[in-house]
Design a binder for this molecule. Structure first.
Ligand code: ATP
Length: 234
């Protein structure tokens, strides 16, 4: 995969009159895992929704390789190789595991991710491919949601709180797969409320507080105290 960079420049976002993001400068480069931390309501999901075209913003506030993409629709953003694993998974209840995965391929981007390579990553999904996706356990459903996103062959995978509500052992299983995902240069944004998890799995971290970046840096060099302070604003 070639070099690329997704960035936001003084990104602002609002719901009606309520402003939620207040000028976020942020970036991710090829092959990086970037953690986005923050308490409930800090603006993490809003940040992802804006990048992925579900919330509008001025065209210059989001760039991909220097080109403005802030004005693109959600469908066009996926075609650019930016795909989200949404909070709460949002699987199609009437569809089987296999059908849910196939939906992810609608953008027809070429690449390493096919049904077979997703099944290789998460073998349990091959076993369960013909059963309704929502009959699976929470962890297995999360694997379907990740697999569905991978089927679009993204350059950047945005994961919104994928650990939420899952047992620690399952969370570990899923996070242990991240290095395999980035080995061909794909980047991953990991939005988390769990400080330890985000710090452990990421190269760099951004900590959001009330719609602003309170802290940014290389994950291994940030202290737990610094992060906690930025997280809670104390
Ligand atoms: P969480 O971890 O709880 O998902 P978050 O950091 O992702 O939190 P957001 O969901 O982005 O935070 O919410 C940021 C702020 O925007 C909150 O004050 C929230 O109430 C508000 N908000 C989120 N979605 C909407 C919406 N659809 N309409 C109005 N306000 C919203």
């Amino acid at each position: 995969m070639t070099d690329f960079s997704l960035a936001t420049h003084q990104l602002k976002a609002s719901y009606g009159d309520a402003q939620v993001l207040f000028g976020v400068d942020w970036e991710i480069n090829a092959g990086e895992v970037v953690g986005v931390l923050g308490a409930n309501g800090a603006g993490k999901s809003t940040f992802l929704k804006t990048i992925t075209g579900f919330l509008s913003c001025p065209r210059t506030q989001v760039t991909l390789n220097g080109d403005d993409i802030g004005h693109l629709s959600a469908g066009d953003i996926v075609k650019q190789g930016i795909t989200m694993v949404p909070e709460g998974r949002r699987l199609f209840p009437s569809m089987s595991v296999k059908e849910n995965l196939q939906v992810g391929a609608f953008s027809k981007r070429p690449g390493r991710w096919t049904l077979e390579s997703v099944y290789k990553l998460f073998p349990i999904l091959k076993e369960k491919r013909d059963v309704p996706a929502t009959s699976l356990s929470g962890g297995q459903q999360q694997m379907v949601a990740i697999g569905r996103a991978l089927m679009s062959n993204p350059r950047i995978l945005l994961c919104d709180e994928i650990s939420l509500g899952l047992a620690p052992v399952i969370v570990k299983d899923i996070y242990d797969k991240l290095p395999e995902l980035t080995e061909d240069g794909m980047s991953i944004v990991v939005v988390e409320q769990d400080v330890g998890l985000a710090q452990q799995c990421s190269d760099r971290l951004y900590c959001f507080q009330e719609g602003r970046i309170a802290l940014a840096g290389v994950s291994s060099t940030l202290s737990r105290d610094e992060i906690t302070q930025a997280y809670f604003g104390i």
